[in-house]
Design a protein around this ligand. Structure first.
Ligand code: PMP
Length: 442
């Protein structure tokens, strides 16, 4: 099925998706694929959710679109209220967008405008972390620390400092306690703020659980709390990017709840619309909003499709499902089962170095040598082989690996729908094990 569409799907001979059925996607030849990664941690309700479909039909019958330059809408207002009610302390304004990159881009610009409004125009620097991903638009790409994605566009990217991620498996020293490691990793932020000059730094941006670049790596306990203290000490805003790990994926609506940290801004997307509509959001504190409201009066930013009623209707229906069907508890129990199944099946595998994650957000790190933790030669492209073998076995998972310094080794990210059944946990684990064996044998 070749056409004039250009993008990833025309790069190779990919199957054509024609239908969704719970945790499965069906292609034009009738083959069924278990969606073990929800695409890229998107499809948290599977592919045929009756509640979301009904809500979308209903909204379409009422109103598809009204430009936010002229109108607000009931679904957008309701969604904003609900997100604020559920968000960590201090968060109480919502800026609705169409995806994750837009949310991150808006966060960076809002931080800048905030400091202008409060009379600190010298603050313009962002600090983020290596081995992170925050989106593909230029501001978000500059913030991200994925060397491979950045390389071609480097001359176009604003200067962002990158410190180390909190990556226990690779970076904790043998003699170091988990607490000491978390503190050391967080203290890199303070050193970088001091190096740049505290008055020039506006924000620190990080994913509480690193998704696309490392494969579900949560920060160690205490790390984010110390990061919060450091930000406070230097008047730096803390922006948490929960585009992948938020909206229930870890078993909490916001991943940072588990870390006991309230940021100044949170970005969400992916699971917010569960794939039924493109939507993202920037959640921000009253302090930031109020400074802008009292100053120039409006955030100098905007997109045509922001606050889209159809997208907001989908997100409201997703929240209805999460609340009404107690899906956060389900994420925790099914996540534990997935973790146990992965450990039983792959825990002793000579090329599985680490199994990690929270809730239904799990990662596996593959290594050439378990003892030394040496990664495979990137030229082998193990992650790409695993992806191809998984697809051949009828499984969608999200392997990734490094070809430049930004990523060390090969990982597989798993983020199945919250509705995954026990039998499907087994199916996922079986098919993944098969794909890994076949990829290693190739
Ligand atoms: N931030 C994070 C943490 C992400 O994982 C992603 C997407 N993988 C983005 C931002 C960008 O989101 P989008 O692709 O919707 O622009």
């Amino acid at each position: 099925m070749a056409g004039h569409i250009f993008g990833r799907s025309t790069r190779g001979q990919l199957p054509t998706a024609v239908a969704g059925d719970g945790c499965y996607i069906v292609d034009a030849d009738g083959r069924r694929y278990l969606d073990g990664s929800g695409g890229a941690a998107v499809s948290c309700l599977g592919h045929s959710d009756a509640g979301v479909r009904a809500a979308l039909h209903d909204q379409l019958d009422r109103l598809a679109f009204a430009h936010t330059g002229f109108f607000t809408s009931e679904p957008a207002e309701r969604l904003a209220d609900r997100l604020c009610a559920a968000a960590p302390e201090g968060i109480d304004r919502v800026y609705l967008l169409s995806g994750g990159s837009e949310a991150v881009e808006a966060a960076i610009k809002l931080a800048r405008q905030y400091f202008l409004e409060i009379g600190q125009p010298q603050r313009h620097r962002v600090i983020a972390r290596r081995q992170s991903y925050h989106g593909n638009t230029l501001g978000a790409l500059a913030a991200g620390g994925n060397a491979w994605r950045r390389a071609q566009f480097a001359p176009l990217l604003v200067d962002v400092s990158h410190i180390a991620p909190c990556y226990e498996y690779r970076d904790r020293l043998e003699a170091e306690s988990v607490d000491a490691y978390g503190q050391r990793a967080a203290d890199e932020l303070e050193a970088e703020i001091l190096r740049l000059g505290p008055d020039s730094v506006m924000a620190f941006l990080a994913e509480p659980v690193v998704g696309a670049t490392l494969g579900a790596v949560p920060a160690v306990p205490g790390y984010l709390r110390r990061i919060r203290e450091i930000c406070d000490r230097h008047g730096v805003l803390l922006i948490l990017d929960e585009v992948m790990c938020g909206m229930g994926r870890t078993g909490h609506l916001f991943a940072c709840e588990e870390d006991g940290v309230a940021p100044d801004m949170i970005t969400i997307a992916k699971g917010l619309g569960a794939g039924y509509q493109p939507i993202g959001a920037l959640l921000t504190s009253a302090t930031i909003y109020d400074a802008i409201a009292a100053g120039s009066g409006f955030f100098q930013h905007g997109h045509t499709y922001m606050g889209h009623p159809m997208a907001a209707a989908a997100a409201n229906a997703v929240l209805d499902a999460i609340e009404g069907r107690d899906l956060l508890a389900r994420v925790r129990t099914q996540g534990d089962k997935l973790d146990a199944a992965l450990r039983a099946r792959l825990g002793q595998h000579p090329h599985v170095g680490d199994i990690r994650g929270r809730g239904l957000f799990r990662g596996i790190e593959l290594v050439a040598d378990r003892e030394t933790r040496a990664p495979f030669d990137p030229a082998r492209k193990l992650h790409a082989r695993i992806k191809a073998e998984a697809v051949a076995a009828g499984l969608i998972c999200y392997p990734m690996g490094g070809t430049l310094d930004g990523v060390r080794g090969d990982h597989v990210l798993l983020a199945p729908p919250f509705i995954i059944e026990d039998a499907q946990v087994e199916e996922l684990t079986d098919k993944l094990s098969t794909a890994i064996e076949r990829a290693l044998a190739a």
